[in-house]
Ligand binder design. Structure first.
Ligand code: NI
Length: 184
């Protein structure tokens, strides 16, 4: 188990466009994926893109169940570790719903910021698993939000880019200051 450092905005590496993953996966890529899962659960978060740990490859991990209300309820209010880990490689949306939905989003790379974001309410996704098999499926609700958020990272896009310019500049100021204080 290895926890990797999560890059914090503003950081130029978060703006990199990630490249495709080739198959079969190398041992190095397998261990990056394992580390990404460990890092996500440790944070704790519901999703993490390779871009956020400084690896410019089209990979993300999510577990949208372990902190969900339903799962917490079954576990007496506590989050459950690793109950539904998903690994997404070379993901690509093949359809987006015209209807939009608004969810409050946050990001491990943008600490202490939670804002409402509008996104297509449902999506169809094509992706590869760790064996290189291609899958396609439809997602809606929180899972659709989480996937769109994570895969934005692979294109160097952050959820705050989808906010008003005024909000973006306030967030940038606050986090730049936060970073300076931490580096002192
Ligand atoms: Ni994020």
């Amino acid at each position: 188990m290895a926890i990797r450092e999560i890059l914090i905005y503003p950081d130029d590496r978060l703006r990199e466009v990630a490249g495709p993953v080739e198959f079969p996966l190398t041992d190095e890529v397998r261990s990056i994926i394992q580390d990404m899962a460990d890092t996500m659960y440790d944070a704790p978060g519901v999703g993490l893109a390779a871009t956020q740990v400084g690896v410019p490859l089209r990979i993300a991990v999510t577990d949208t169940d372990w902190r969900s209300e339903e799962v917490r309820h079954e576990n007496g209010g506590e989050p459950v570790a690793a109950c539904n880990l998903k690994v997404w490689i070379n993901p690509e949306f093949t359809w987006r719903d015209a209807g939009m939905a608004t969810w409050e989003e946050g990001c491990l790379s943008v600490p202490e910021v939670y804002e409402d974001v509008d996104r297509p309410a449902a999506v169809r996704l094509r992706w590869q698993d760790m064996d290189g098999e291609t899958h396609e499926a439809d997602f809606e609700g929180f899972q659709a939000v989480a996937l769109q958020h994570e895969f934005d990272h692979l294109d160097g896009v952050l959820f705050i880019d989808r906010l008003s310019r005024l909000k973006q500049s306030m967030i940038k100021k606050r986090l730049t200051k936060r970073k300076k204080l931490q580096n002192q």
